[in-house]
Design a protein around this ligand. Structure first.
Ligand SMILES: [Zn+2]
Ligand SMILES: [Zn+2]
Length: 321
C-alpha cells in the first residue's frame, strides 16, 4: 500500500500568511550567515539541511488522503486537497476517461467534501467514481454543494459515472482483494472511521472524532477497530489543555489521546491530522513531541515496550506501508 496526503487541515483551508512567510525568510537568512551559497547546488544543499518547519507547508488544504493498494485507487475525503489530487490524476488514465476511484466520505462537513466541485476527473466522461459512505442520502448531500446560487454548475454537469454504495457498520465490504470496514465516531452529526485491509497491510482513517472518556469500557470498540494497524490516521486537532477546557464537545481529539489509543491497540505508525486553522504551521510540529512523550511514559511503565512511530500529517507526505 502507498499513502499520499493532499490535505490535512481541519475545518477550513488555511493558506500560509505573509507574517509567517516573512518569519521563515528571516530565520532562513539568519541561518545562512557564513554559509557558502555561491552556486545553485550549494543553495539546494543548504535548503535540504534546514528543518521541515522552515521549508515546507504542513497543510493549507483540508482533508484528502490517497491510498494505492496494488492497481486500485482509494480516496478518503474530498476536502480542498482533492483539487490537487485531481490534477495529478489527470496525468494518469483519468485524463483519458479511463480511471476508477473508490471514494470514502467520513462525513459531509464542508471541510471533507468542499473539493469535489474542483475535482477535475469528475468532469471527464468515462471515469468511474464510486462513493462509499453510510449516509444513504449522500447524492442529495453532494447536490446541495453545487448549483445556483452557490456554484456555477449542478451536480449533473460533471460527466464521470458516479455510483453510490451504502456501507453498514459490522458488514465488511470487499473491493476486489481489499476489504473495507467502518465504525461510527463521536462527532456532531457522526463521522465514520474506515479500515482498509489488503496485501497483509492495514490502514485506518479515523478523522473527526472526540473521545470524551478514555476508560477502556468507552474506548474498547475503537481500540478493537484500530488493533494492529500499520497506519492510524487520527484527528489530533487540539492540545490536551484546549480539549478539556474550551473545546469540550467540539468533536475533535488530541495527540495525547491518539498516542494512548494507538499504544493500547498496538498500532505501528500514528499520523496526526485535522490541524486547527488557529495554529500556524510552526505550532503544529510540537504535536509529535506531545504524542512521543506520552508513548515514552507508557513504555516506561510496562515490561512490554511497544514501538510506535508518530508522524505529523503534512501535504505531500508519501509513505510506503
Ligand atoms: Zn473536519
Ligand atoms: Zn466534522
Amino acid at each position: 500500500m502507498r499513502l499520499r496526503i493532499w490535505g490535512a487541515r481541519g475545518s477550513i483551508p488555511t493558506p500560509i500568511t505573509t507574517p509567517e512567510m516573512r518569519r521563515r525568510l528571516h530565520e532562513v537568512l539568519v541561518r545562512s550567515q557564513g554559509v557558502n551559497l555561491d552556486s545553485s547546488e550549494a543553495i539546494d544543499r543548504f535548503l535540504d539541511r534546514l528543518p521541515a518547519s522552515l521549508t515546507s507547508v504542513v497543510s493549507g488544504n483540508t482533508s484528502c488522503f490517497e491510498v494505492r493498494a496494488g492497481e486500485q485507487l482509494f480516496i478518503f475525503d474530498l476536502g480542498s486537497g482533492s483539487r490537487l489530487l485531481g490534477k495529478a490524476l489527470m496525468q494518469e488514465e483519468f485524463g483519458q476517461g479511463q480511471g476508477t476511484a473508490h471514494i470514502f466520505i467520513s462525513h459531509t462537513h464542508w471541510d471533507h467534501i468542499e473539493g469535489f466541485p474542483f475535482f477535475t476527473p469528475a468532469y471527464v466522461p468515462g471515469n468511474q467514481l464510486h462513493f462509499y459512505t453510510p449516509f444513504e442520502d449522500i447524492e442529495w448531500r453532494l447536490r446541495q454543494l453545487m448549483g445556483a446560487p452557490f456554484f456555477p454548475v449542478e451536480l449533473d454537469y460533471p460527466q464521470a459515472t458516479r455510483s453510490y454504495h451504502t456501507l453498514k457498520p459490522g458488514h465488511p465490504h470487499q473491493i476486489n482483494d481489499v476489504q473495507i470496514e467502518m465504525i461510527p465516531l463521536h462527532h456532531p452529526g457522526t463521522s465514520y472511521a474506515y479500515k482498509l485491509q489488503g496485501g497483509g497491510k492495514t490502514l485506518v482513517y479515523a478523522n473527526d472524532a472526540e473521545y470524551p472518556q478514555m476508560d477502556q469500557q468507552f474506548t474498547a470498540p475503537y481500540e478493537d477497530f484500530f488493533r494492529g494497524a500499520d497506519v492510524l490516521i487520527f484527528d489530533a486537532m487540539y492540545t490536551y489543555e484546549a480539549a478539556v477546557t474550551s473545546k469540550v464537545d467540539w468533536g475533535h481529539s488530541t495527540p495525547k489521546a491518539g498516542a494512548e489509543l494507538a499504544w493500547r491497540a498496538g498500532v505501528k505508525r500514528l499520523i496526526l491530522t485535522h490541524h486547527d486553522p488557529e495554529d500556524a504551521d510552526i505550532a503544529l510540529w510540537s504535536k509529535i513531541e506531545d504524542a512521543d512523550q506520552h508513548i515514552r511514559f507508557r513504555n516506561t511503565r510496562t515490561s512490554e515496550e511497544r514501538p510506535l512511530e508518530v508522524l505529523l500529517a503534512t501535504e505531500g507526505l508519501t509513505l510506503e506501508i
